[in-house]
Design a protein around this ligand. Sequence first.
Ligand code: NAD
Length: 426
Amino acid sequence: MKYPYEVIGKPNLYENIAKCFNKAADIIKLDPNIRKILAKTTNEIIVNFPVKMDSGSIEVFTGYRVQHNNALGPYKGGIRYHPDVDINAVRALAILMTWKSVITGIPFGGGKGGVQVDPSKYSMGELERITRRFTYALGQNIGPEYDIPAPDVNTNSQIMAWILDTYLSGIQPQERNRNVHVVTGKPVESGGSLGRDKATGQGVVYCIEQWAKDNKFNLNGAAYIVQGYGNVGSWVGKLMKQHGSRLIAVEDVTGAIYSPKGIDADDIAAYVSKTGGVRNYSKADEIDHDKFLSIDADIFVPAALGNQITKENAPDINVKLIAEGANGPTAPEGDEILRQKKIDVIPDILCNSGGVIVSYFEWLQNKRSEFWELEEVDTKLYKKIIDAYHKVKETAEKYKVNWRIGAYIVALSRLEVVYKERGIFP
Ligand code: NAD
């Protein structure tokens, strides 16, 4: 079989997921025709749009929305604001969303979007105008039954509220209240779900709990490190604290800190909210990136960007478990080294799926004009993610592959059945 993805530029997240896709497809002997379909994205939208800056000058930004597959439901996936956002990155992330929705059994497809921008350089007013102009430029390429964005790196519930408001302003007034499910991850007051804010971190911690149970490992007193202390990383910290686990190192875009006695997860979260990063936190020592990655700990939660664990640094990693909060943090060559070192990996498309699962709950609540209690959200999230956990584990054991390839096999096998049942129009 010919390498089905077109790889542009240097090795990247897109190339990494192509390798996993090919490996899983080879193992299950995926029908070559279905392989061709799933290897491609369906739509790739690139928009250049002007925004007025506070100074009165105009800047033109580039935004993306990639829709990979909607065989099982509307396209679904986050919006990222980051200077590294480009078509390859968004493509890769859109494809991961398709697999994630299938694995967790929610009726969505995969999409992803982003704007190539460093939001730390802009005022709140400028960010609002960037968001509104991006939404306007996307126009009917998003929609509550068609393609539903959510938060990702450097976007949050406020940005979702602006997207919602801009989208609704282009709709007939009598239709507006029936379209609030155009985005998820909204503020609760504007139609968001209880528990969505913590959902991704909560899902990561449910997976870690299950792994601990399976391995008879005591989380109380266990040492763990987190890369990225934004939405996902900080919620992992807060929830692991309830188990009595010890957060001994944190790294983010501003630097890395270390304290073998433990860093209080809530205190560092408050510090990061105030200052924008972990740098200069007085209750821990500053360390460099290499030292951070080689710390002796029980669990490592990458919760920042992709391509962090590579063939170069995987040999130095010294933990029992990697629970991937981030999308695509481990390159395939890194994965292989982790396997040789007998480090367990709960892969991104399973481990961080709590976000899209609770996004689905938010979307359902909006459609049904319901509002669920937090307990109901958490109970349903637990069931869905732990069901997916067992499915991936059993598949990996059956095919004697790592969990990432096991997860891809779950996704590809189901989509193969769907395409065979429905056939291709005309
Ligand atoms: P966020 O913007 O809230 O936080 C990102 C964190 O990463 C920040 O702490 C930032 O300082 C850090 N970071 C950025 N660049 C870094 C670098 N070069 N080195 C170290 N740290 C760096 O974003 P988030 O929503 O927490 O998302 C984090 C990851 O989780 C992303 O990979 C995202 O795709 C994934 N994810 C998020 C959700 C969600 O619901 N938000 C769902 C699934 C997956």
